[in-house]
Design a protein around this ligand. Sequence first.
Ligand SMILES: CSCC[C@H](NC=O)C(=O)O
Ligand SMILES: [Zn+2]
Ligand SMILES: [Zn+2]
Length: 402
Amino acid sequence: MASSDVPESVQRFIEYLRIKTVQPTPDYASCTLFLRRQAEEIGLEFSVTECIAGKPIVVLTLPGLCPSEPSIILNSHTDVVPVFPSSWTQDPFGGARVADGADHRIYARGAQDMKIVGMAYLEALRAFRREGTRLRRTVHAVFVPDEEIGGHEGMELFVERDEFRRLNAGFALDEGMANPADELRVFYGERAPCWVKFVARGNAGHGSQFIEDTAGERLHRVVGRMLAFRSEQLELLRRPLDAGGLRTLGDVTSTNLTLLQAGVQHNVVPAEAMAGFDIRMTPNVDYAGFRRWLQQVADEERVELEFVQFWADNTMTPREGAFWAAFEGALGQLATAYRCEIFPAATDSRYLRRAGVPALGVSPLCGLPILLHDHDEYVRESDYLRAVDFYRCVVKALANAE
Ligand SMILES: CSCC[C@H](NC=O)C(=O)O
Ligand SMILES: [Zn+2]
Ligand SMILES: [Zn+2]
């Protein structure tokens, strides 16, 4: 198909997908140049802040009629997670557009997570400019680096800067997750990551002997207790809520054994063994109490405990007030059925919420498999075009909220 048959907005999306902003060596320089060109074409103010050299936070601004009113932040991260190219049927950075009935699929790493969202924001702002639509509040499309590796050199630092304060943010949209079913998932909070390592030390010796009190035995007891806790929470997930309805992943605390290290040779009992867990704490957990319980397990089993990440803030976005009403009103206008959830993983919304900016996580992808971080990530062209319409309606409502 000749490229001229491809809608221009789709061509721009594909161009963005082709920029290799892939961890661990994202090409942020090319990404910033691309965004600068978008700003010039659309007619948006453009600024770049580097809290850490080479890690640009790019802000494209559509000034509002009441510039002193708190602004609307449209946040997206520019980086994407690594790929296993041999497991893909398409080039992960080719942005292939493949016929799918009357529709097309667009394949690329980042198609769902979350370049579709970033580009749909810009296309919505482009439409406002084209139509001459003026909004009350200023809108900032914010493109941040390094979300996929925790945002520690991106949003976490940015929210502390004057450049951020000057944005005068009142409300933010950020990423959510696709839903294979038809309801839009609206995330008003997220689980807090807790990454721990237990390091056991014990007696060493010849593998043929009954060595007593080894690192392996100590670690085994810790792993057993952690996996017992995992089973309890998994059972809870399967139990309906008291108020009726099913629990979602965000409603419970998940635990996975993700790292294991020990040993050098079959017949040598190792003196040290390590187990690492990825735990995600649901917001109603007493974080300090949970941390004390982990320490108690470590102490009782006489192993060392290291906290690699411990997020201790569970600020959630209130589902009331003018911005929520505007958001809900826009969904009504679009006749979009939705359900509110706690996000199971971590996004940059946690930094915004902790900084006092209410944020909602939404990726307008319904009836689509969840392919974030997976092989053969794609969206349908119709998803993208609908996403643009979605933000035209939602951003207009938020930016005009009284
Ligand atoms: C603790 S920072 C990790 C952030 C990461 N975010 C997206 O996948 C996640 O694993 O949820
Ligand atoms: Zn993401
Ligand atoms: Zn991701």
